[in-house]
Design a protein around this ligand. Sequence first.
Ligand code: MN
Ligand code: MN
Length: 482
Amino acid sequence: MVKDTNGKGRREDKSPGQKLADKLFFNPGNCWEGIDGKSAREIEDFAASYKEFLDQGKTEREFSSAAVEMLKKKGFVSIDSLGPKKLEPGLKVFRHIKGKALICAVLGKRPLKEGANILGAHVDSPRLDLKQNPLYEDSDFALLDTHYYGGIKKYQWTAIPLAMHGVFVDSNGKKTELRLGEDGGDPVFTITDLLPHLAKDQMQKKASEAVEGEDLDVLAGSRLYDDEKAKDRVKLLALSLLNEKYGITEQDFASAEIEFVPAFKARDVGFDRSMIGAYGHDDRCCAYPALRAVIGYGAGKTPPERTGICYLSDKEEIGSVGNTGAQSRGFENFIAAICGEGELRRCLSSSAMLSADVNAAFDPTWASVFDKKNSSYMGRGLVLSKYTGSGGKYGASDANAEFCSQVQALMTRNKVPWQFGELGKVDKGGGGTIALHAARLGIDVLDCGIPVLSMHSPFEVISKIDLYMCYRGYTAFLTDYI
Ligand code: MN
Ligand code: MN
Protein backbone atom coordinates (compact mmCIF):
# COMPACT_ATOMS: atom_id res chain seq x y z
CA MET A 1 0.00 0.00 0.00
CA VAL A 2 1.29 3.45 -0.91
CA LYS A 3 2.35 5.66 1.92
CA ASP A 4 1.93 9.40 1.87
CA THR A 5 4.46 11.79 3.28
CA ASN A 6 3.41 14.75 5.33
CA GLY A 7 4.91 18.21 5.08
CA LYS A 8 7.80 17.32 7.40
CA GLY A 9 8.90 14.40 5.24
CA ARG A 10 7.68 11.87 7.81
CA ARG A 11 5.96 8.89 6.24
CA GLU A 12 2.43 8.49 7.36
CA ASP A 13 0.29 5.38 6.96
CA LYS A 14 -3.10 5.83 5.38
CA SER A 15 -6.01 5.41 7.72
CA PRO A 16 -7.92 2.12 7.45
CA GLY A 17 -10.91 3.92 6.00
CA GLN A 18 -8.74 5.61 3.38
CA LYS A 19 -7.18 2.29 2.46
CA LEU A 20 -10.61 0.74 2.07
CA ALA A 21 -11.77 3.65 -0.05
CA ASP A 22 -8.74 3.21 -2.33
CA LYS A 23 -9.71 -0.42 -2.75
CA LEU A 24 -13.44 -0.01 -3.26
CA PHE A 25 -13.92 3.29 -5.07
CA PHE A 26 -13.42 3.85 -8.78
CA ASN A 27 -11.87 7.23 -9.41
CA PRO A 28 -10.41 7.66 -12.89
CA GLY A 29 -7.74 10.32 -12.47
CA ASN A 30 -6.20 12.90 -14.73
CA CYS A 31 -3.88 11.06 -17.12
CA TRP A 32 -1.36 13.90 -17.21
CA GLU A 33 -0.42 13.04 -13.61
CA GLY A 34 3.12 11.68 -13.53
CA ILE A 35 3.67 11.71 -17.32
CA ASP A 36 7.40 11.51 -18.02
CA GLY A 37 9.34 13.17 -20.82
CA LYS A 38 9.33 10.14 -23.09
CA SER A 39 5.57 9.64 -22.82
CA ALA A 40 5.01 13.36 -23.33
CA ARG A 41 6.97 13.18 -26.59
CA GLU A 42 5.00 10.15 -27.78
CA ILE A 43 1.75 11.96 -27.02
CA GLU A 44 2.97 15.06 -28.87
CA ASP A 45 4.20 13.06 -31.88
CA PHE A 46 0.91 11.22 -32.19
CA ALA A 47 -1.01 14.49 -31.92
CA ALA A 48 1.17 16.09 -34.61
CA SER A 49 0.56 13.25 -37.07
CA TYR A 50 -3.15 13.37 -36.30
CA LYS A 51 -3.39 17.12 -36.92
CA GLU A 52 -1.62 16.75 -40.24
CA PHE A 53 -3.91 13.90 -41.29
CA LEU A 54 -6.98 15.83 -40.18
CA ASP A 55 -6.04 18.84 -42.31
CA GLN A 56 -5.71 16.53 -45.32
CA GLY A 57 -8.99 14.73 -44.72
CA LYS A 58 -11.85 17.14 -44.09
CA THR A 59 -14.48 15.09 -45.89
CA GLU A 60 -15.24 11.37 -45.87
CA ARG A 61 -13.80 11.06 -49.40
CA GLU A 62 -10.60 12.88 -48.51
CA PHE A 63 -10.09 11.09 -45.22
CA SER A 64 -10.64 7.61 -46.61
CA SER A 65 -8.48 8.33 -49.68
CA ALA A 66 -5.63 9.56 -47.47
CA ALA A 67 -6.10 6.42 -45.38
CA VAL A 68 -5.84 4.23 -48.50
CA GLU A 69 -2.54 5.91 -49.39
CA MET A 70 -1.24 5.26 -45.89
CA LEU A 71 -2.37 1.62 -46.03
CA LYS A 72 -0.69 1.02 -49.39
CA LYS A 73 2.59 2.34 -48.02
CA LYS A 74 2.29 -0.14 -45.17
CA GLY A 75 1.79 -3.15 -47.43
CA PHE A 76 -2.01 -3.37 -47.57
CA VAL A 77 -3.45 -4.43 -50.92
CA SER A 78 -6.91 -3.99 -52.38
CA ILE A 79 -8.86 -7.20 -51.83
CA ASP A 80 -10.48 -6.68 -55.22
CA SER A 81 -7.13 -6.74 -57.01
CA LEU A 82 -5.89 -9.94 -55.39
CA GLY A 83 -7.00 -12.28 -58.14
CA PRO A 84 -6.49 -15.93 -57.33
CA LYS A 85 -3.95 -15.10 -54.61
CA LYS A 86 -4.70 -17.07 -51.49
CA LEU A 87 -5.92 -15.30 -48.40
CA GLU A 88 -3.46 -16.39 -45.77
CA PRO A 89 -2.47 -15.32 -42.28
CA GLY A 90 -0.43 -12.15 -42.30
CA LEU A 91 -2.01 -10.82 -45.49
CA LYS A 92 -3.11 -7.18 -45.24
CA VAL A 93 -6.11 -6.16 -47.33
CA PHE A 94 -8.51 -3.26 -47.74
CA ARG A 95 -11.64 -2.29 -49.65
CA HIS A 96 -12.50 1.33 -50.43
CA ILE A 97 -16.28 1.43 -50.79
CA LYS A 98 -17.52 4.03 -53.31
CA GLY A 99 -14.56 6.22 -52.41
CA LYS A 100 -16.07 7.00 -49.01
CA ALA A 101 -16.18 4.09 -46.58
CA LEU A 102 -13.08 1.99 -45.99
CA ILE A 103 -12.43 -1.41 -44.43
CA CYS A 104 -9.00 -2.85 -43.86
CA ALA A 105 -7.89 -6.09 -42.24
CA VAL A 106 -4.81 -7.92 -41.05
CA LEU A 107 -5.55 -11.62 -41.41
CA GLY A 108 -4.76 -13.68 -38.33
CA LYS A 109 -3.71 -17.27 -37.82
CA ARG A 110 -7.00 -18.40 -36.33
CA PRO A 111 -9.81 -19.30 -38.74
CA LEU A 112 -12.26 -16.47 -39.27
CA LYS A 113 -15.17 -18.55 -38.04
CA GLU A 114 -13.67 -17.89 -34.59
CA GLY A 115 -14.31 -14.19 -35.17
CA ALA A 116 -12.33 -11.01 -35.66
CA ASN A 117 -11.43 -8.02 -33.50
CA ILE A 118 -12.98 -4.96 -35.09
CA LEU A 119 -12.58 -1.22 -34.60
CA GLY A 120 -15.51 0.62 -36.18
CA ALA A 121 -15.49 4.40 -36.55
CA HIS A 122 -17.06 6.89 -38.95
CA VAL A 123 -15.39 9.47 -41.16
CA ASP A 124 -18.24 11.80 -42.08
CA SER A 125 -18.81 14.95 -40.03
CA PRO A 126 -21.57 17.56 -39.87
CA ARG A 127 -21.22 20.13 -42.64
CA LEU A 128 -23.08 22.13 -45.28
CA ASP A 129 -23.78 20.41 -48.61
CA LEU A 130 -24.64 22.29 -51.77
CA LYS A 131 -28.14 21.84 -53.11
CA GLN A 132 -28.59 20.45 -56.61
CA ASN A 133 -29.31 23.87 -58.07
CA PRO A 134 -27.34 26.07 -55.71
CA LEU A 135 -26.01 29.06 -57.62
CA TYR A 136 -28.10 32.21 -57.84
CA GLU A 137 -27.71 35.95 -58.02
CA ASP A 138 -29.33 38.46 -55.71
CA SER A 139 -28.56 42.17 -55.20
CA ASP A 140 -25.29 41.87 -57.12
CA PHE A 141 -24.07 38.90 -55.09
CA ALA A 142 -23.44 35.35 -56.28
CA LEU A 143 -24.75 33.00 -53.61
CA LEU A 144 -24.74 29.24 -53.13
CA ASP A 145 -27.70 27.57 -51.49
CA THR A 146 -26.89 24.74 -49.05
CA HIS A 147 -28.63 21.91 -47.24
CA TYR A 148 -27.01 21.14 -43.91
CA TYR A 149 -25.82 17.60 -43.16
CA GLY A 150 -25.97 16.12 -39.66
CA GLY A 151 -26.87 17.75 -36.38
CA ILE A 152 -25.65 21.33 -36.31
CA LYS A 153 -26.46 24.51 -34.44
CA LYS A 154 -27.03 26.59 -37.55
CA TYR A 155 -26.03 29.91 -36.00
CA GLN A 156 -22.50 28.54 -35.43
CA TRP A 157 -21.87 28.32 -39.17
CA THR A 158 -22.28 32.00 -40.01
CA ALA A 159 -19.50 34.59 -40.09
CA ILE A 160 -16.64 32.07 -40.21
CA PRO A 161 -14.34 31.25 -43.15
CA LEU A 162 -15.52 28.22 -45.10
CA ALA A 163 -13.74 26.02 -47.63
CA MET A 164 -15.31 24.20 -50.56
CA HIS A 165 -14.54 20.49 -50.97
CA GLY A 166 -16.01 17.80 -53.15
CA VAL A 167 -16.38 16.19 -56.52
CA PHE A 168 -18.07 16.89 -59.81
CA VAL A 169 -18.70 13.98 -62.16
CA ASP A 170 -19.41 14.85 -65.80
CA SER A 171 -21.64 12.94 -68.21
CA ASN A 172 -18.64 10.88 -69.37
CA GLY A 173 -17.95 9.78 -65.82
CA LYS A 174 -14.90 12.01 -65.48
CA LYS A 175 -14.42 13.01 -61.88
CA THR A 176 -13.09 16.42 -60.89
CA GLU A 177 -11.99 16.87 -57.32
CA LEU A 178 -12.28 20.28 -55.85
CA ARG A 179 -10.65 21.77 -52.78
CA LEU A 180 -10.76 25.51 -52.45
CA GLY A 181 -10.08 27.61 -49.37
CA GLU A 182 -7.43 25.49 -47.65
CA ASP A 183 -4.19 26.84 -49.06
CA GLY A 184 -2.81 30.21 -48.01
CA GLY A 185 -3.45 31.85 -51.37
CA ASP A 186 -6.96 30.44 -51.82
CA PRO A 187 -10.07 32.54 -51.44
CA VAL A 188 -12.50 31.39 -48.74
CA PHE A 189 -16.27 31.60 -48.49
CA THR A 190 -18.62 32.65 -45.73
CA ILE A 191 -22.24 32.88 -44.66
CA THR A 192 -23.30 36.32 -43.52
CA ASP A 193 -25.06 37.08 -40.25
CA LEU A 194 -27.12 40.07 -39.23
CA LEU A 195 -25.41 42.99 -37.50
CA PRO A 196 -26.43 43.36 -33.81
CA HIS A 197 -27.72 46.86 -34.55
CA LEU A 198 -30.52 45.41 -36.66
CA ALA A 199 -30.91 42.07 -34.91
CA LYS A 200 -33.56 43.14 -32.40
CA ASP A 201 -36.11 40.70 -33.78
CA GLN A 202 -33.58 37.95 -34.48
CA MET A 203 -32.27 38.05 -30.91
CA GLN A 204 -35.76 37.44 -29.56
CA LYS A 205 -36.03 34.18 -31.48
CA LYS A 206 -35.20 30.73 -30.14
CA ALA A 207 -31.59 29.74 -30.90
CA SER A 208 -32.89 27.02 -33.23
CA GLU A 209 -34.66 29.66 -35.30
CA ALA A 210 -32.28 32.62 -35.11
CA VAL A 211 -30.55 31.27 -38.20
CA GLU A 212 -32.74 28.93 -40.24
CA GLY A 213 -31.73 26.22 -42.69
CA GLU A 214 -32.65 28.38 -45.66
CA ASP A 215 -30.52 31.22 -44.31
CA LEU A 216 -27.34 29.20 -44.82
CA ASP A 217 -26.40 30.61 -48.22
CA VAL A 218 -22.72 30.93 -49.02
CA LEU A 219 -21.31 34.21 -50.30
CA ALA A 220 -19.48 33.37 -53.52
CA GLY A 221 -18.91 36.50 -55.61
CA SER A 222 -19.81 40.12 -56.33
CA ARG A 223 -18.17 41.15 -59.61
CA LEU A 224 -19.85 41.51 -62.98
CA TYR A 225 -19.15 39.45 -66.04
CA ASP A 226 -17.75 41.83 -68.64
CA ASP A 227 -20.70 42.06 -71.03
CA GLU A 228 -23.33 44.71 -70.44
CA LYS A 229 -25.90 42.83 -72.48
CA ALA A 230 -25.62 39.56 -70.58
CA LYS A 231 -28.11 38.59 -67.85
CA ASP A 232 -27.23 37.63 -64.25
CA ARG A 233 -23.71 38.88 -64.72
CA VAL A 234 -22.42 38.16 -61.19
CA LYS A 235 -23.69 34.58 -61.33
CA LEU A 236 -22.29 34.30 -64.84
CA LEU A 237 -18.83 35.42 -63.74
CA ALA A 238 -18.79 32.95 -60.84
CA LEU A 239 -19.89 30.09 -63.09
CA SER A 240 -17.48 31.08 -65.85
CA LEU A 241 -14.58 30.95 -63.37
CA LEU A 242 -15.68 27.48 -62.23
CA ASN A 243 -16.02 26.48 -65.87
CA GLU A 244 -12.53 27.73 -66.75
CA LYS A 245 -10.89 25.99 -63.83
CA TYR A 246 -12.91 22.79 -63.55
CA GLY A 247 -14.97 22.56 -66.75
CA ILE A 248 -18.22 22.77 -64.79
CA THR A 249 -21.63 23.88 -66.05
CA GLU A 250 -24.70 24.61 -63.94
CA GLN A 251 -26.11 21.18 -64.78
CA ASP A 252 -23.11 19.47 -63.18
CA PHE A 253 -24.20 20.68 -59.72
CA ALA A 254 -27.19 18.34 -59.98
CA SER A 255 -24.97 15.29 -59.52
CA ALA A 256 -22.08 16.84 -57.61
CA GLU A 257 -21.19 16.32 -53.98
CA ILE A 258 -19.88 19.64 -52.74
CA GLU A 259 -19.36 20.18 -49.04
CA PHE A 260 -18.61 23.41 -47.21
CA VAL A 261 -16.49 22.95 -44.10
CA PRO A 262 -14.66 25.37 -41.80
CA ALA A 263 -11.54 26.67 -43.54
CA PHE A 264 -9.31 26.66 -40.48
CA LYS A 265 -6.70 24.05 -39.69
CA ALA A 266 -6.22 21.93 -36.58
CA ARG A 267 -4.52 24.01 -33.88
CA ASP A 268 -3.13 23.48 -30.40
CA VAL A 269 -5.35 24.94 -27.69
CA GLY A 270 -4.26 26.37 -24.34
CA PHE A 271 -1.05 27.82 -22.85
CA ASP A 272 0.12 24.26 -22.21
CA ARG A 273 -0.89 23.08 -25.72
CA SER A 274 -2.61 20.09 -24.11
CA MET A 275 -5.65 20.20 -26.40
CA ILE A 276 -6.41 20.26 -30.12
CA GLY A 277 -9.11 22.42 -31.66
CA ALA A 278 -10.30 21.43 -35.12
CA TYR A 279 -13.21 20.77 -37.40
CA GLY A 280 -14.27 17.12 -37.60
CA HIS A 281 -12.84 15.47 -34.48
CA ASP A 282 -16.15 13.58 -34.42
CA ASP A 283 -15.26 10.99 -35.45
CA ARG A 284 -11.83 11.28 -36.96
CA CYS A 285 -10.19 11.45 -33.53
CA CYS A 286 -11.30 7.82 -33.18
CA ALA A 287 -10.99 6.85 -36.87
CA TYR A 288 -7.34 7.90 -37.02
CA PRO A 289 -6.20 5.99 -33.89
CA ALA A 290 -8.22 2.97 -35.13
CA LEU A 291 -6.47 3.11 -38.50
CA ARG A 292 -3.05 3.49 -36.90
CA ALA A 293 -3.79 0.63 -34.50
CA VAL A 294 -4.61 -1.77 -37.33
CA ILE A 295 -1.53 -0.67 -39.28
CA GLY A 296 0.57 -1.32 -36.17
CA TYR A 297 -1.17 -4.67 -35.71
CA GLY A 298 -0.01 -5.71 -39.17
CA ALA A 299 3.56 -4.50 -38.69
CA GLY A 300 4.84 -7.54 -36.79
CA LYS A 301 7.14 -10.15 -38.32
CA THR A 302 4.68 -12.97 -37.70
CA PRO A 303 0.93 -12.96 -38.37
CA PRO A 304 -1.22 -12.08 -35.36
CA GLU A 305 -3.54 -14.59 -33.70
CA ARG A 306 -6.93 -13.10 -34.52
CA THR A 307 -7.85 -11.12 -37.59
CA GLY A 308 -7.90 -7.38 -36.84
CA ILE A 309 -10.20 -5.07 -38.78
CA CYS A 310 -10.69 -1.32 -39.02
CA TYR A 311 -14.04 -0.21 -40.43
CA LEU A 312 -14.39 3.47 -41.33
CA SER A 313 -18.03 4.02 -42.20
CA ASP A 314 -19.79 6.97 -43.80
CA LYS A 315 -23.16 8.68 -43.22
CA GLU A 316 -23.20 8.05 -39.47
CA GLU A 317 -24.25 11.63 -38.88
CA ILE A 318 -27.49 11.08 -40.82
CA GLY A 319 -28.33 7.64 -39.46
CA SER A 320 -25.73 5.34 -41.12
CA VAL A 321 -27.89 5.18 -44.24
CA GLY A 322 -26.91 4.75 -47.89
CA ASN A 323 -24.63 2.17 -49.45
CA THR A 324 -21.60 3.55 -47.61
CA GLY A 325 -23.29 3.71 -44.19
CA ALA A 326 -23.06 1.10 -41.45
CA GLN A 327 -26.62 -0.07 -42.13
CA SER A 328 -25.59 -1.20 -45.62
CA ARG A 329 -24.27 -4.66 -46.48
CA GLY A 330 -20.83 -3.22 -47.20
CA PHE A 331 -19.27 -4.57 -44.04
CA GLU A 332 -20.80 -8.04 -44.41
CA ASN A 333 -19.69 -8.15 -48.03
CA PHE A 334 -16.12 -7.50 -46.95
CA ILE A 335 -16.25 -10.19 -44.26
CA ALA A 336 -17.68 -12.61 -46.83
CA ALA A 337 -14.77 -11.74 -49.12
CA ILE A 338 -12.17 -12.64 -46.49
CA CYS A 339 -13.83 -15.70 -44.96
CA GLY A 340 -16.19 -16.99 -47.66
CA GLU A 341 -20.00 -16.85 -47.71
CA GLY A 342 -20.24 -20.13 -45.84
CA GLU A 343 -18.48 -18.83 -42.74
CA LEU A 344 -19.90 -15.29 -42.84
CA ARG A 345 -22.57 -15.68 -40.13
CA ARG A 346 -20.31 -17.64 -37.81
CA CYS A 347 -17.56 -15.09 -38.20
CA LEU A 348 -19.89 -12.19 -37.42
CA SER A 349 -21.47 -13.78 -34.38
CA SER A 350 -18.04 -14.67 -32.97
CA SER A 351 -16.58 -11.21 -33.57
CA ALA A 352 -16.13 -8.33 -31.17
CA MET A 353 -16.14 -4.63 -31.98
CA LEU A 354 -15.25 -1.41 -30.29
CA SER A 355 -17.61 1.16 -31.74
CA ALA A 356 -14.98 3.86 -31.93
CA ASP A 357 -16.87 7.09 -31.48
CA VAL A 358 -16.65 10.20 -29.38
CA ASN A 359 -18.51 11.16 -26.23
CA ALA A 360 -19.44 14.55 -24.79
CA ALA A 361 -16.80 15.80 -22.36
CA PHE A 362 -18.08 17.30 -19.14
CA ASP A 363 -18.11 21.04 -19.68
CA PRO A 364 -18.13 23.27 -16.57
CA THR A 365 -19.66 26.09 -18.60
CA TRP A 366 -22.64 23.89 -19.38
CA ALA A 367 -22.62 21.75 -16.23
CA SER A 368 -26.40 21.66 -15.77
CA VAL A 369 -27.01 19.14 -18.58
CA PHE A 370 -24.41 16.66 -17.33
CA ASP A 371 -24.67 14.05 -14.62
CA LYS A 372 -21.29 14.70 -13.03
CA LYS A 373 -20.80 11.19 -11.71
CA ASN A 374 -21.63 9.55 -15.06
CA SER A 375 -19.94 11.97 -17.43
CA SER A 376 -16.71 11.52 -19.28
CA TYR A 377 -13.97 14.02 -18.51
CA MET A 378 -11.34 15.37 -20.81
CA GLY A 379 -7.86 14.14 -19.93
CA ARG A 380 -9.07 11.03 -18.14
CA GLY A 381 -8.57 8.62 -21.03
CA LEU A 382 -10.70 6.27 -23.04
CA VAL A 383 -14.47 6.40 -22.50
CA LEU A 384 -16.36 3.10 -22.34
CA SER A 385 -20.07 3.71 -22.85
CA LYS A 386 -22.30 0.73 -22.17
CA TYR A 387 -25.17 2.46 -23.91
CA THR A 388 -26.01 5.61 -25.82
CA GLY A 389 -29.45 6.53 -27.17
CA SER A 390 -32.01 9.03 -25.94
CA GLY A 391 -35.07 8.98 -23.68
CA GLY A 392 -35.46 5.44 -22.37
CA LYS A 393 -32.23 4.34 -24.13
CA TYR A 394 -33.99 4.42 -27.52
CA GLY A 395 -31.54 3.90 -30.33
CA ALA A 396 -28.92 2.38 -28.04
CA SER A 397 -27.18 -0.93 -28.46
CA ASP A 398 -26.64 -1.41 -24.69
CA ALA A 399 -23.71 -3.81 -24.51
CA ASN A 400 -23.80 -6.99 -22.40
CA ALA A 401 -22.32 -6.82 -18.92
CA GLU A 402 -20.07 -9.75 -19.86
CA PHE A 403 -18.53 -7.97 -22.83
CA CYS A 404 -18.24 -4.62 -21.00
CA SER A 405 -16.42 -6.32 -18.17
CA GLN A 406 -14.06 -8.09 -20.56
CA VAL A 407 -13.11 -4.84 -22.28
CA GLN A 408 -12.67 -3.01 -18.97
CA ALA A 409 -10.40 -5.77 -17.68
CA LEU A 410 -8.46 -5.73 -20.93
CA MET A 411 -7.83 -1.99 -20.68
CA THR A 412 -6.82 -2.25 -17.03
CA ARG A 413 -4.47 -5.15 -17.84
CA ASN A 414 -2.83 -3.09 -20.58
CA LYS A 415 -2.56 0.00 -18.35
CA VAL A 416 -4.87 2.04 -20.58
CA PRO A 417 -6.69 4.58 -18.39
CA TRP A 418 -10.43 4.40 -18.91
CA GLN A 419 -13.57 6.02 -17.57
CA PHE A 420 -17.28 5.72 -18.19
CA GLY A 421 -19.44 8.20 -19.99
CA GLU A 422 -23.13 8.69 -20.49
CA LEU A 423 -23.82 11.50 -22.95
CA GLY A 424 -25.73 13.76 -20.56
CA LYS A 425 -28.48 13.79 -17.98
CA VAL A 426 -31.44 11.50 -18.63
CA ASP A 427 -33.98 13.13 -20.95
CA LYS A 428 -31.71 16.06 -21.79
CA GLY A 429 -31.17 14.78 -25.32
CA GLY A 430 -29.02 11.96 -26.56
CA GLY A 431 -27.34 10.46 -29.57
CA GLY A 432 -26.24 7.27 -31.23
CA THR A 433 -23.32 5.61 -32.95
CA ILE A 434 -22.86 2.70 -35.35
CA ALA A 435 -22.94 0.28 -32.40
CA LEU A 436 -26.55 -0.80 -32.90
CA HIS A 437 -25.92 -1.68 -36.54
CA ALA A 438 -22.98 -3.90 -35.62
CA ALA A 439 -25.01 -5.43 -32.80
CA ARG A 440 -27.73 -6.36 -35.30
CA LEU A 441 -25.22 -8.66 -36.99
CA GLY A 442 -24.64 -10.51 -33.75
CA ILE A 443 -21.31 -8.83 -33.03
CA ASP A 444 -20.43 -8.05 -29.42
CA VAL A 445 -20.02 -4.30 -29.47
CA LEU A 446 -19.18 -1.56 -26.99
CA ASP A 447 -18.89 2.17 -27.58
CA CYS A 448 -15.36 3.25 -26.87
CA GLY A 449 -13.91 6.62 -27.78
CA ILE A 450 -12.73 9.89 -26.30
CA PRO A 451 -14.41 13.00 -24.86
CA VAL A 452 -15.00 16.07 -27.05
CA LEU A 453 -15.91 19.64 -26.15
CA SER A 454 -18.17 21.68 -28.46
CA MET A 455 -19.12 18.53 -30.38
CA HIS A 456 -20.61 19.11 -33.86
CA SER A 457 -19.46 22.74 -33.84
CA PRO A 458 -17.07 24.11 -36.47
CA PHE A 459 -14.25 23.99 -33.89
CA GLU A 460 -14.36 20.93 -31.64
CA VAL A 461 -11.81 20.36 -28.88
CA ILE A 462 -10.14 17.16 -27.65
CA SER A 463 -7.25 16.36 -25.31
CA LYS A 464 -3.96 15.13 -26.75
CA ILE A 465 -3.57 12.60 -23.96
CA ASP A 466 -7.01 11.12 -24.59
CA LEU A 467 -6.16 10.81 -28.29
CA TYR A 468 -3.01 8.92 -27.45
CA MET A 469 -4.72 6.68 -24.89
CA CYS A 470 -7.35 5.95 -27.52
CA TYR A 471 -4.65 4.66 -29.85
CA ARG A 472 -3.15 2.56 -27.06
CA GLY A 473 -6.57 1.21 -26.08
CA TYR A 474 -7.47 0.22 -29.64
CA THR A 475 -4.08 -1.45 -30.04
CA ALA A 476 -4.65 -3.36 -26.81
CA PHE A 477 -8.06 -4.51 -28.02
CA LEU A 478 -6.66 -5.85 -31.29
CA THR A 479 -3.78 -7.71 -29.68
CA ASP A 480 -5.31 -8.87 -26.45
CA TYR A 481 -8.99 -9.62 -27.03
CA ILE A 482 -9.65 -13.32 -27.49
MN1 MN B 1 -19.71 10.29 -33.97
MN1 MN C 1 -21.58 13.05 -34.42
